[in-house]
Unconditional design. Structure first.
Length: 455
């Protein structure tokens, strides 16, 4: 047992993902400590004690790991929640994620790894500057407007950023400065998610490195932006690639970027992105993979798995977003039907089919769980790419009831993916191949692509 305020010295026994905590023990009592690596010797102060475990903070690393590096970002030690792993060498981040992925598959997925072809854990070609989208947050401290990212586990707070290395750095720096200065000049208060007061909420940045397009969204509570033309003039002068500037009205009490109203102040409410030889229109509120470079590799893997499943007349692309995966595989099958609930993404998907001359792709609007219950599909293969929560149990049942030869599962959350693999196994599917892609360097997240076949 330990008490709050105790200072202990100990060796880090493990590094836990996705929590990004080092694990220490004091007389078999477990202590979770951020910012320490396996085998490091550290001095730790206990900050919170629960029934069977405690949390601590590092006072000093007495013997450091060879994988510890100095974070490149000046805001890392302010607790910015954007990059929890920046103090770990990139190769080691990849090794840790791979070890974590395989252990989750064994523990939660009850997968016998001896029967699975684990193909690879593909690292990112860039460990920084890879993101094509950032959602910065406004806030206030002592009457001072802040613009940056929330610290991990503190939804009410903001780390005021001068730079962000996840996005192209020069772009991030100019944008953060322009919008912070704009808010300050006109005394527009930052939004407080606890009191639910204030105006400025988010700055949404979407940038395509392949087309040079930039799309900006400024989210506020219901409010008339002052001197819009002057702000727009500055943006157009500084960012020649600007394709659109949108005022997003969000009065929702939820701590999330919700498009209650979209006012296009200039240009278009979308940008264009290229992945391999396909061009995608991406609306400001549609999903698109945040790492354009590695997204192509991920889509190619889905295509490779689909080609392994023999001739396919109909493939379902469930949770298809703007049609990225479906359009990538369209030339290998007779027909692709996508299902997507976001109406703007549905429009994007159908527009992207036309634009890329994929006439055998259609996207149907609606929720997957409802459409699978009410429609009859005779499918050879099903591709699923759900949000982090994974598939609803009913969706697994309904996909299995269609009896496709092949299910290709794309996931950004290995925990829910493994849970769903266990459900598919109960329904007669076997996990044959799995690949991982590090679409989110400096964070505990990554993408999984898996091939399941009917026994
Ligand atoms: C992880 S994204 C995948 C997008 C796409 N496959 C791609 O690669 O760009 C998940 C998508 O599922 C959609 N979605 C979430 N829940 C849904 C549901 N119940 N039914 C249909 N679509 C849903 C979201 O709007 C989002 O576009």
């Amino acid at each position: 047992m330990v008490c709050k305020g105790d200072v202990i010295e100990g060796k880090v026994l493990d590094f836990a993902l996705p929590e990004c905590h080092g694990v220490l023990k004091k007389n078999s009592f477990v202590i979770f400590v951020p910012l320490v690596l396996k085998d490091e010797l550290c001095r730790v102060e206990i900050t919170k004690v629960k029934k069977s475990f405690a949390f601590g903070r590092t006072l000093e690393v007495l013997e450091g790991s060879p994988y510890r590096v100095t974070p490149s970002c000046p805001h890392f030690h302010e607790g910015c929640g954007g990059c929890q792993l920046q103090f770990i060498a990139y190769d080691e981040q990849v090794r840790l994620k791979k070890e974590h992925a395989l252990s989750v598959l064994e523990r939660i997925g009850r997968v016998d790894l001896r029967g699975v072809l684990f193909e690879d854990f593909i690292p990112s070609p860039q460990a920084l500057g890879y993101r094509n989208k950032m959602e910065f947050t406004f806030g206030e401290r002592n009457g001072e407007l802040l613009l940056g990212l929330r610290p991990a586990n503190r939804f009410w707070d903001v780390v005021d950023l001068k730079t962000c290395l996840l996005l192209r750095q020069d772009l991030a720096e100019r944008l953060l400065s322009v919008f912070r200065e704009y808010g300050k000049r006109y005394n527009i208060p930052g939004y407080d998610p606890v009191q639910k007061t204030g105006v400025l909420r988010n700055l949404l940045v979407r940038y395509s490195g392949t087309t040079g397009d930039l799309l900006l969204g400024l989210a506020t509570t219901r409010f008339e932006l002052p001197e819009k033309d002057s702000l727009l003039g500055t943006l157009r002068e500084l960012f020649p690639g600007l394709r659109g500037f949108i005022h997003i009205v969000n009065d929702s009490p939820a701590n999330a970027l919700i498009f209650e109203e979209k006012r296009v102040l200039w240009g278009e409410p979308y940008l264009f992105e290229r992945i391999d030889n396909l061009t995608f229109r991406v609306s400001v509120e549609s999903f698109f993979q945040v790492h354009s470079t590695l997204c192509g590799a991920l889509y190619r893997k889905v295509r490779e798995y689909l080609l392994m499943s023999g001739p396919v007349s109909l493939v379902l692309d469930l949770y298809c977003g703007g049609g990225g995966i479906g359009l990538f595989v369209a030339d290998t099958v007779e027909k692709v039907v996508g299902i997507e609930e976001n109406p703007r993404a549905v429009e994007d998907a159908n527009e992207n089919a036309r634009r890329n001359n994929c006439l055998n792709f259609t996207c149907i609007p609606g929720r997957v769980e409802k459409l699978l219950a009410s429609s009859r599909f005779h499918v050879d293969a099903v591709i699923v790419d759900p949000p982090r929560a994974g598939l609803d149990k009913k969706v697994v049942q309904r996909v299995a009831a269609l009896s496709p030869r092949t299910v290709i599962y794309v996931s950004c959350n290995v925990g829910t993916f493994a849970r769903d693999v266990a459900l598919f196994q109960e329904r007669g599917y076997t996990l044959l191949r799995v690949s991982f892609f590090d679409l989110f360097p400096q964070t505990p997240h990554f993408e999984t692509v898996a091939l399941l076949v009917r026994d």
